[in-house]
Write a protein that binds this ligand. Sequence first.
Ligand code: AMP
Length: 676
Amino acid sequence: MRFADVAAVWADVEAAPGRLEMAGHLAQLLAKAKRAEAQPLVCLCQGVLAPPFMGLELGLGEKLAEQAIALVSGRSEKELENYFKKSGDWGAVAEWALSKKKQTSLGTEELELGGVYNSLVRLAKLSGAGSQDGKIKTLAELLNSASPLEAKYIVRFCVGKLRLGVAEPTILDGLALLRVPNVRDKISGIKSRPDAKGIRIKPLWDYETREKEKALDMEDSDASLDFVFTCDDAARIGALADGSAIWLEVDGFAPLAGIKLQKIRPLKDKPDHYRAQVMGFKKAVRAPLERAFNFCSDLGMVAEYALFDYARIERFKIKLFSPIRPALAERLPDAAAILEKLGPCAVEGKYDGFRLQVHKEGERVELYSRKLERVTAAFPEIVEAARKLPPQHIILEGEALAYSRSEKRYYSFQTTIQRKRKHGVAKMAEELPLHLFAFDLMYADGVDWTTQPYSSRRDALEKLVAGAGAIEPSSLKQVKTASELENFFDHCLKAGLEGIIAKDLNAPYTPGARDWAWIKLKKSYGALADTLDVVIVGYYRGEGARTGFGFGGLLVAVRNEESGHLQTVARVGSGFTEDEMVELEKMLSAVKRKTKPAELESGIEPDFWVEPKYVCTVSADEISLSPQHTAGLANGKGYALRFPRLVQMREDKGPAECTTAAEVEKLYSMQKTRGR
Ligand code: AMP
């Protein structure tokens, strides 16, 4: 595939008004990929070289990019910097400089996707003395063969600011779009239950071609799809109730679940012909892809299988050293609501440390963070304890926390996070030993535990980690009533924990999903049931007493999962210590940008925009509706936090892990029912 084709589609993606259109453009691009190109293409679209757990990062300094552009274009650095002052985008500088190239380059070849990817990987791997020159040279070689548009994207990629706004769900949408016709053309039957005998049908897609195209290509994932089919089993077709859930049988593939069939009507003038509406077809086609991704966090691999070896998507299995996307917790306002939702359930202490996923195969142990980065080197005592666990192969999850066993004292997140340092690990491990409070088991010696109910997983987990030193099971109580739950909640708060997580005894492990399998209840923050993890998108100059700090507050945003955009939810002006203000000014001034990030919707202009990369936890008294903010915007008003204050920075979370607009909406509706 020519890199020029990739760049052209990226330009379309950037100009696309929404996620649906983006997915359409990506699907066109993915359809052209050869097998070896699928993984590189998917990674490049996301602005990365590999999934986070592989630790292959490019971060090339802007100065080096500037030197490479100067070398290839013949422009002086002064000229380039002047253009950068206007545009604030080194990609735009490269595009401009190359379109006005003073020298013509000889013997250049058209760039291929694979070649560009390999050069970028080479760049990422250059390190140590003398690597600066090597990096400039490698980038200059690439730019020398690039068109201005290609150069724009190559440079943006290298300085870590590709920012097409393409997140994982959009790529999954694109892959699903490509599969829809394949699956649709192989529908052969309907089942009313997974184990029932199928009713054979033959869809007649050509009956009304126009409708088919419209329904499948344009509508969103829940769109209905009208179709006509023949079936000579009139009695069984007639017995299907309107709106009932069905399984669609597909020749050569597993049946599709999650579909509803409605408005089944015989055609008047044609015997054995029926018309019906299928709901959720595209979503059902997407589900196996999403499942595979949730189990390996490697979208490039999923894309390769989806496009070239689909059977492997259906049989997708957990893989050691490919982290599982973490299950997430829902919220409810109080103990009574939790009991009503789950009935008798297990309740665990909620530890405020950082989440670790442990993978072990014999002597090899790796630890993965909430962001799915490999963080093994920072936690030698957990690695040591994991090595001693009896199974040869294991995947388990827990919350790591600085903990003094003798005093039975849990340290705060702020203290614990000091352990994420890269230097002085051994000394820190001695001064501030960590404990892993294990709360779930996903895999052990050939058994995939994710499909088992929580109660069985927990039993197995307890047996497995018994006596493992730095790894122990999280605290647990089985409760039948709201007052039992409340008692345990109070007990956890007294012990220094931040609340509880209630767990559905019968639920499987639900990777990547915020599901009702887990429900959290945290100590009270005003009328709100929880704090919010928000992305910093801008900041304000200090005024009055804060002039000296150069810092007066933050503009923060949540993520809208539908559009993939960030939306502002508060201007945070309190909760900072003086040290934090100094620190924040230093941190944020290093990621200042001239213009509003493209993926941000904001009606407010702060003194400085910043790259949306830092996440912090904020609390607030209340959520109100305000025309100022864009979170969940409807009828000209968005959700806004009243009296927001900084609780802490969240180094363990990135923009992909922040609170969503839909969660803010739930918190808003929950505050009405929460006793005030
Ligand atoms: P939150 O980050 O507030 O959405 O809460 C969910 C997080 O709580 C999980 O991602 C875990 O990191 C953490 N956690 C602490 N204790 C537990 C527990 N016992 N079970 C599950 N998650 C826990």
